[in-house]
Structure formats: C-alpha cells, structure tokens
Design a protein. Structure first.
Length: 51
C-alpha cells in the first residue's frame, strides 16, 4: 500500500478521534506532521514498507 493511499485513512481516523476526544488534537497533528516530514526527507526509507 502506498503512502498516498494511507493518508486518507489516517486523516479519517484522526478526524474521528478529534471529534471524540478534542484534547488529542495537538498530539494527532504533531504525529502526522512528524510522519509526513520524515517521509518527505527520507522517501527511500519507507519504500520497503510498501511490500
């Protein structure tokens, strides 16, 4: 599964969690930004995870 197809799933889960527990907003946004930043900086490191 490519990173591009994972992003909508992550966004959907994060949106539901933010609606249920609004205090998670900071943590979810921070983790998402860190993950996207790492994928952008080291794209070759994540190509092996796709299978």
């Amino acid at each position: 599964m490519e990173i591009v197809s994972i992003q909508p799933i992550v966004a959907l889960i994060a949106g539901v969690l933010i609606l249920v527990i609004p205090r998670l907003l900071n943590i979810i946004v921070a983790l998402y930004l860190i993950f996207i930043g790492l994928v952008g900086l080291f794209p070759d490191a994540f190509t092996g995870l796709a299978g």
